[in-house]
Design a protein around this ligand. Structure first.
Ligand code: MF3
Ligand code: CO
Ligand code: CO
Length: 256
């Protein structure tokens, strides 16, 4: 992959930063609107309204045929859950929302997992551990490091928390298209690894579990990924700009 494909121009970075900020605000508004007793379809519809109010568009709707405004994944669902009128959010569930908004030709992509009421210590370990793995990855997103350094930081944090790592899905470059090179695995892979340079924008998104890392795809909807062993899973995602100095977390907001 050539450098030109990985590195955004300053003009693009301005638009990407704006799209990321909008997406983070949308993510937090959706999280604040979620509550037990509502269906995941209702939450998806509310998300659609919140996205429209920004003047942007869902980056996921119709992406490779995806039918939702956002992804909503509960409990043992890892990623890409679709809002359903027959799926009620219950007290004690954990909910991952993954939100993408296209604004002025640029993309934001960010995700968050949260629970309701008192969380038992295992669920807290899952949510805290996955959030920390994301931040460890972000801290490694520095000029001169390689993508592998991000992977290593996430993997280390996941192991430290005793959590399983989902390997079938990875982080990615982002900005003008939703998914751009490079791939950013949540574990160290052999082979070449691109060097991180200013102007690269990377989505770091650990998907961790209280059990194993194997997943299965829902046979009916073709999208929802669940853990094979039924263990619960969390997913956090930030978009990070590589700069000359500190990493700039483009989707940072008060709740994360
Ligand atoms: N948001 C996902 C990611 O973080 C991609 C969702 S694509 C969709 O890369 F089609 F499922 F929405
Ligand atoms: Co995402
Ligand atoms: Co992503």
């Amino acid at each position: 992959m050539s450098r030109a494909q990985l590195i955004h121009t300053p003009e693009e970075v301005v638009r990407i930063r704006r799209a990321a900020r909008v997406t983070a605000a949308v993510r937090d508004e959706i999280a604040a609107a979620a509550h037990p007793g509502m269906t995941t379809f209702d939450l998806d519809q509310i998300a659609g309204e919140i996205i429209r109010a920004t003047g942007g568009k869902s980056a996921f709707l119709n992406y490779h045929g995806y039918p939702g405004n956002i992804c909503i994944s509960l409990n043992d669902e890892v990623v890409h859950g679709i809002g359903r009128p027959d799926r009620v959010i219950l007290d004690g569930d954990i909910v991952s929302i993954d939100v993408g908004v296209a604004v002025d030709g640029a993309m934001g992509d960010t995700a968050l997992t949260f629970g309701f009421g008192e969380l038992n210590s295992e669920i807290s370990r899952l949510l805290d551990g996955t959030g920390k793995a994301l931040l460890a990855g972000c801290a490694a997103a520095r000029r001169g490091n390689r993508v592998r350094d991000i992977s290593m930081a996430v993997e280390k944090a996941a192991r430290h928390a005793g959590l399983g790592i989902v390997r079938d899905y990875v982080g990615h470059g982002c900005g003008i298209r939703l998914h751009e090179p490079p791939e950013v695995p949540n574990f160290v892979m052999g082979g070449d690894s691109p060097r991180l340079l200013p102007g690269m924008v990377i989505c770091i998104e650990p998907m961790l579990t209280l059990g194993g890392g194997a997943v299965t795809l829902d046979r009916e909807d073709g999208w929802t990924a669940r853990t094979r062993d039924g263990s619960w899973s969390a997913h956090f995602e930030h978009m990070v700009l590589i700069t000359d100095n500190e990493p700039e977390i483009l989707t940072w907001q008060k709740t994360m």
